[in-house]
Design a protein around this ligand. Structure first.
Ligand code: NAI
Length: 270
């Protein structure tokens, strides 16, 4: 496969967690992967992991809050098929406790980065025959928990921005979609769960499939959205949460409900 035929994907926040899994899966599908992250050590490890697996990748140190750095990086990329705006994080603080500076940090990292990376990636995407942008939102965009004011607002903004870009760039054949993951087990989220072990069972109980998500669940969704087979899918928010967010609150708060369904709910109720 020569360099022109090989599809390329640029993934932000690809040194860890979901982004790392996407880098590996896209590489396995034959994509050249740009791994963009501020975490140099883990970014280089992902690059090496892809190369050791027979794929091709390049790590780029990039802070997605830095407009000039983003501009500079995309100036060096002449052709791009897929941009995945994945970098994101939050602090758990209430509206009263969240300093404006931290609000801005989260909005810059989660939302403004989607705008800036898309803005500067567009010239390279326009040269592709199958261009696509995938933005990482969250079920917290529409289904919130206490302590996530900036994060929820940013993720809601991502879904609106996704629709906006899907309509603006549809005429140029650039599809723009979002993915909203539920609870995905990564090193970070596993660490947080271990600190609150009593909540583990409760969290699991909320997930109809009886498990939390794996980074690969999101990577496969991204691969599908990037593929030509998803060529008529534009402007959607693909929820990947094992059915968690479609439940009525009453179903989630009844202790043991999922296991009762599993055993045959109606039989038990007679
Ligand atoms: P993670 O914390 O494991 O990985 C995030 C990556 O972003 C890290 O490699 C980090 O170094 C990088 N990053 C942080 N600040 C950056 C910056 N300024 N510039 C460039 N890179 C930066 O996170 P995870 O869980 O893999 O999340 C990925 C995306 O999925 C995020 O947007 C997150 O909000 C979203 N998400 C995750 C869920 C989960 O349960 N893990 C659930 C819903 C959404």
């Amino acid at each position: 496969m020569n360099a022109i035929e090989q599809k390329t994907v640029f993934i932000t926040g690809a040194a860890n967690g979901i982004g790392r899994s996407m880098a590996i899966q896209f590489a396995e599908e034959g994509y050249f992967v740009f791994i963009a992250d501020i975490d140099v050590d883990n970014g280089k490890l992902v690059e090496q992991r892809v190369i050791d697996g027979g794929g091709s990748a390049k790590f780029i140190r990039l802070d997605v809050r830095d407009e000039q750095a983003i501009k500079k990086v995309f100036n060096t990329i002449s052709h791009l098929d897929v941009l995945v705006n994945n970098a994101g994080m939050t602090y758990a603080k209430s509206v009263e406790d969240l300093p404006a500076s931290e609000w801005n940090t989260i909005i810059d990292l989660c939302l403004q980065s989607v705008f800036l990376c898309s803005k500067y990636a567009l010239p390279a995407l326009k040269k592709s025959e199958h261009p696509s942008i995938i933005n990482m939102a969250s079920i917290n965009a529409f289904c919130v928990s206490p302590g996530l004011p900036a994060y929820s607002a940013a993720k809601g903004g991502i879904i609106s921005l996704t629709k906006q870009m899907a309509v603006e760039y549809g005429a140029q054949n650039i599809r723009v979609n979002a993915i909203s993951p539920g609870f995905i087990l990564t090193e970070q989220t596993e660490r947080a769960l271990k600190e609150h072990e009593s909540e583990w069972e409760m969290t699991l109980e909320c997930y109809p499939l009886g498990r939390l998500g794996k980074p690969e669940d999101i990577a496969y969704a991204a691969l599908f959205l990037a593929d030509d087979k998803a060529g008529f899918i534009n402007g959607i928010n693909l929820v990947v949460d094992g059915g968690m967010s479609v439940q009525a609150v009453g179903a989630v708060i009844k202790p043991g409900l999922r296991s009762r369904w599993k055993e045959g709910f109606f039989k038990l109720e007679k």
